[in-house]
Design a protein around this ligand. Sequence first.
Ligand SMILES: NC(=O)c1ccc[n+]([C@@H]2O[C@H](COP(=O)([O-])OP(=O)(O)OC[C@H]3O[C@@H](n4cnc5c(N)ncnc54)[C@H](OP(=O)(O)O)[C@@H]3O)[C@@H](O)[C@H]2O)c1
Ligand SMILES: O=C(O)C[C@H](O)C(=O)O
Ligand SMILES: [Mg+2]
Length: 585
Amino acid sequence: MARIPGQQNRTIGTASPNFDTANPAYIRKYLRTYGLTPPRRETYEVQKTRCLQQLALKTTDIDKFLYLSTLRKNNVHLFYRLVTDHLKELTPLIYTPVVGEACQRWSEIYQQPEGMYLSWEDRGNLAAVIANWPQPNVEITCITDGSRILGLGDLGINGMGIPIGKLALYTACAGIRPEATLPLTLDLGTGNKAFREDPLYMGSRHDKISPEEEREFMDELMTALTERWPGIVIQFEDFKNPFPALERYRHTYTCFNDDIQGTGAVILGGVINAVKRSGLPCKDHRAVFLGAGSAGVGVAKQIVQFFMREGMTENEARACFYLVDTKGLVTADRGDKLADHKIYFARTDNNGQQFKTLEEVIEHVHPTMLMGLSTLGGVFTPQILNKMAEWNTHPIIFPLSNPSSKSECDFESAITHTDGRALFASGSPFQPFLFTNSAGETRTYYPGQGNNMYVFPGIGLGTILSKAVEVTDAMIYASGEAVAEALTPEEIELGYLYPDITRIRNVSVVVARKVIRAAQKDKVDRENALSNLDDAALDAWIRARMYDPHAEVRSLEREVGALLSSLGTPSPVNGQSYFEPHSRL
Ligand SMILES: NC(=O)c1ccc[n+]([C@@H]2O[C@H](COP(=O)([O-])OP(=O)(O)OC[C@H]3O[C@@H](n4cnc5c(N)ncnc54)[C@H](OP(=O)(O)O)[C@@H]3O)[C@@H](O)[C@H]2O)c1
Ligand SMILES: O=C(O)C[C@H](O)C(=O)O
Ligand SMILES: [Mg+2]
């Protein structure tokens, strides 16, 4: 992966130099940060102690979020050292769920530029605005228009927290260099009247532009991005209606939609493991989905693919799915005009009967799986969970809406009301739970986190490294399968459906490898030499290209050392400096 040498080695967002107090004096001189930080060269242990102490002094989640944002801005490598070492504790603070509150309050808490904003008013000049981004070698961008931020609705440009958070995970979880990432928020107006009237709101104060205008804007954007950074991977995120853009661009640009495809893949991974654990063959499963939007349809379609690989026909597989939206069960004869993305799953076996509520649908279906992608917190009530436990030995209960307040139920409720038999995964993290079941057995239950964070970093990494010209369906499917296969025997023993989050960098290597293999099979890769590597060699090749924040000082030392010897200057020994503080290289 390209890196930006020496003095140009800037951190994400607006250009700020590398102020890492782990750098020895001669590196500081080289970077011209010498004298700008306290003199002592620090070990990571010391840096970490200070940061964790400072973090502990912050009493609210938002204060912790802001502290970590500032750390990322001022000492990017230290920030990533901390995050990679404390993924379990810090991911919820820089990503879901706290990023949800940060987006709701973005205009109030805003302190510093960290991504790029492009407005409808900039149309015709997008390339010129994009030219302002200070980093020359962007490899991946995450774009939102803020119109559906998690389950929190239209937050306009306040949605910027999402691309920043997602790209931070690309770096922490898959080792894509921070300066190779571009958080991008489109200011295309907002339907959020309260924001439009809020004096602190920092976006345009008009209503959302029309779909035709949006298409025109997006066409210009896609051209401008790929002209500046040919081969850039483009991830669409949290658009209210993302299907048209995905269809329009997926075969022309290297892009994917995380809410449709990333979510589909990650839940596929959890479902592969849950179906195994349920003891029922695929053909005996019936899935009720509350939510028939981007995520609901994306997930259901991936599971259809899994059922087909297990020997069912497409029609048999599709018949296992019952999608529910604001009007009730999605049927072909419901009387309303179904959105295009729902038609595939519209039921035709309802004999004219319509089912208006989730309760009615589950009574009709007696599902084995209950999926929540509805943004409706708490809607999987104790009564519904009790029914699921009555009908199934191991009901599959996946309340996947984010953030935590929108989760269709919490972990404690799912375990308590199924007598500990639920196979559970949620979009937002929950704590493990100690529970005694009706047989008097007490044990700790571990929740799965079915969040696309398990796949999008590896999809991005595999796509970048294989130089794929498009992200194919097989690449997406492969990422979900990789997650399912990544469980260790110990994790299986503990009842996990997803690998422990602390292993995510290893999981991302496997995801990236499988994505690369699928790209090779589909002949969309351009890094052809990778076909000659066996899996172990490919894993090693991938690992060698991952940004490791712990190795950053060493790699700067190597870089400067190489530069010095090319200039005929001896390398620094034992930290001894060969530079005058203001000397120029
Ligand atoms: N775990 C993860 O990794 C992950 C990934 C992506 C998304 N999500 C979460 O999934 C949720 C949905 O995202 P999305 O992109 O699919 O949003 P979306 O496209 O807006 O879809 C929401 C769906 O929920 C339905 N719905 C809303 N209110 C309802 C109600 N009162 N009764 C019944 N159905 C209702 C909507 O019905 P209509 O179609 O009739 O409007 C729509 O089908 C969000 O909370 C998001 O955070 C989680
Ligand atoms: O952002 C997340 O945590 C997952 C997902 O992309 C969502 O929209 O909820
Ligand atoms: Mg999303």
